[in-house]
Design a protein around this ligand. Sequence first.
Ligand SMILES: [Mn+2]
Length: 252
Amino acid sequence: MNKPIIGISSNTKSDFDGWFTTHVITYVKSEAIESVIKAGGEPLIIPVTDNQELIDNYLDKIDGLIITGGHDVYPLLYDDYVSNECGELYPKTDYYDIGLIRKAIANKIPTIVICRGVQITNVAFGGKLYQDLHNEINTDIKHHAPKEGNINVHGLNIIDEESLFCELTGLKERIYVNSIHHQGIKELADIFKPVAKSDDGVIEIIELKDSKQFFVGTQFHPEILASLGNKPMLRLFKGMIAYIKGREDDND
Ligand SMILES: [Mn+2]
């Protein structure tokens, strides 16, 4: 059997080490690619474009989707102004991600969204964000710990143990995660439910209320932990591959 093709969304950035000061670079973190390969899938990087026809063509080619992390979400997309603490913005990439996730969920494509992926997904379905957690909520947790991306820095309390995340990973009650985000969910879009929160109340895992559809969103980075050999986090990606293969068997 062919390996399931897992589309991985890309991201944009300018000024990498001063080499590309006037160019916008499209990039994907290698850990997302690594996790798909380790889980038995075939990764396909989807380039950033605001051409919905192209986005739809890519979605037709893939069996599963991962939306990865990156820059901040354009606040005007959720009826807010750009605050002082908001970071780099690439609205075109936001429209690309919104085009991907709306269609993926409508077409029931198994999907995992990570970090910014959670934030843009929430906005795509009408939710709102904190532009900077440390400025807007009273927390001492270092949610933005990029230099510690390879290690766990804070705990999560699972509030829904019937969730897909718990079923796939075998994790429950309290878990520990890495954290490389300074934005977060302020108002969760109606179609989602919170699955886990950190001790300061930040929503860290979301799933669809309709649990028959494969969708997991994590504010932390399971792909980094999985690529380092964390077995429960790798089971999240293996679970998506197994789900896709099971669905193909049903169609035989
Ligand atoms: Mn966090």
